[in-house]
Design a protein around this ligand. Structure first.
Ligand SMILES: Cc1cc2nc3c(=O)[nH]c(=O)nc-3n(C[C@H](O)[C@H](O)[C@H](O)COP(=O)(O)OP(=O)(O)OC[C@H]3O[C@@H](n4cnc5c(N)ncnc54)[C@H](O)[C@@H]3O)c2cc1C
Length: 252
């Protein structure tokens, strides 16, 4: 037996781009949205959130504002019973069961890890706001580690950043984080003249246009302190393009 019925009969699983817009466009007919967050993340601005150019709160849209006629249930859908038109949802207060007439499944995707040795174990994802904040802190920690490094080799490793996935998300994240590092280096006198190494890897012959739809994964190899991203993609090894930059070469 269901705890409640979806508003207007429509249950929307996921409050991302797809789910948020469906609920908004249903207008006064209403809908119930099930989402772990009460906001829609505007992913095109995620690289700016990672670099700190934008505040995290500026890259989200509150779902209650975006979909004023919808009802929001914070939680994660854990099961769908299509025979009885029921969905079970895990909420902070326990399990809930919702009945629906129409179901919209808009749960998004997860970052794929390509068959690249070490990627699955050491990658940092780049899909959520938490990922972006973590990545920013991670990059800044690498600068601290580089400043404290006792050998040139160690320092070089700490200042080497590899992005696996040279689609829109990967390239923009690389550019934003390179800017972040360039700005932050003003406060690290011992690192000012140290070159940084920014590397992006891509699938051969993939265009940026197609890659705009891809997700990306940021990664750090455990032994070398290298950050990288991996775009969801096919199963060949990516080719690599490396940019070596010093603060001067980067244009400051
Ligand atoms: C860094 C980055 C930059 C991008 N830039 C662009 C761009 O410029 N242009 C472009 O067109 N696309 C871009 N994209 C791709 C775009 O974000 C996706 O295509 C789009 O978000 C897909 O929408 P969606 O609703 O399917 O999934 P999402 O927007 O990912 O939404 C899925 C929602 O489902 C929720 N969810 C997951 N599991 C559950 C569960 N069990 N129960 C309830 N809710 C759940 C999630 O929390 C999330 O809110 C970018 C992606 C990234 C990562």
């Amino acid at each position: 037996m269901a705890d409640r019925n979806a508003l207007g009969g429509t249950l929307v699983l996921g409050g991302g781009f797809a789910g948020g817009y469906v609920a908004r466009l249903l207008g006064k007919r209403g809908a119930t949205i099930v989402s772990p967050e009460n906001f829609m993340l505007y992913t095109p601005l995620l690289p700016e959130a990672a670099s700190g150019t934008l505040e995290p709160r500026h890259v989200v849209v509150p779902l209650r504002l975006m979909c004023p006629h919808a009802e929001l249930l914070l939680g994660r859908a854990t099961g769908v019973d299509t025979d009885h038109r029921r969905v079970t949802v895990e909420t902070e207060d326990g399990m809930r069961t919702l009945a629906y007439d129409e179901l919209v499944v808009a749960l998004g995707a997860i970052s794929r890890t390509l068959p690249i040795p070490g990627l699955a174990d050491h990658a940092l994802g780049f899909k959520s706001l938490a990922d972006a904040i973590y990545l920013r802190n991670h990059v800044l920690r690498r600068l601290e580690a580089a400043a404290a490094a006792s050998s040139e080799g160690h320092r070089r490793r700490e200042l080497t950043f590899v992005f696996v996935g040279a689609g829109y998300a990967g390239v923009e994240a690389l550019a934003e984080l390179a800017d972040l590092v360039r700005d932050a280096l003003r406060h690290y006198p011992t690192l000012r003249d140290e070159p940084q190494h920014w590397s992006s890897s891509m699938q051969p012959r993939r265009s940026c246009r197609r890659s705009r739809r891809d997700s990306a994964t940021m990664q750090r190899t455990s032994s070398h302190g290298v950050a990288s991203t991996s775009a969801s993609g096919r199963h060949s090894r990516p080719s690599s393009h490396t940019l070596q930059s010093s603060p001067t070469a980067a244009g400051s």
